[in-house]
Design a protein around this ligand. Structure first.
Ligand code: ZN
Length: 136
């Protein structure tokens, strides 16, 4: 497992993006809105590890609810693995609770992800992901 990114929940993506881009001088890799999840995401490169800023776009989205309950701050950490499916099967065998029954394709099909419930990890939401390489 390799640390891939740290997800940070923010109230105002534009303002926080300026901090990371203009003051901390991190390179912006892209901005993406995921309508069905009610989230807007900005991804930065921080020397190999990435920083993922997440802003809820609807009051009932997971990020909006997180901020309402706990305030802005670190939301999850994400590890990259070679095969998210087999890793998740091992997690289930080890008794961990996962968010999705099967890893889910996101980011236009370029990544396959799942989350370990913080109840299983001492309070930290852990994402595991595999980058999907297109064969075309
Ligand atoms: Zn993430």
């Amino acid at each position: 497992m390799k640390l891939h990114h740290i997800g940070i929940a923010v109230k105002d993506l534009d303002t926080t993006m300026k901090l990371y881009r203009d003051v901390l001088k991190l390179r912006l890799l892209g901005v993406e809105e995921v309508e069905e999840e009610g989230v807007k995401i900005a991804m930065f490169d921080a020397g190999g590890v990435r920083i993922e800023l997440l802003m809820g776009t609807k009051p009932d989205s997971a990020i909006s609810k997180f901020i309402e309950k706990r305030g802005e701050g670190i939301h999850h950490i994400a590890f990259q693995v070679d095969d998210v499916d087999s890793v998740c099967n091992e997690f289930v065998k080890a008794g961990l609770q996962l968010t999705y029954p099967q890893p889910k394709l996101v980011a236009g099909g370029s990544r396959k992800i799942n989350f370990i419930n913080p109840k299983s990890t001492g309070g930290v939401l852990i994402e595991v992901l595999t980058e999907v390489r297109s064969s075309e």
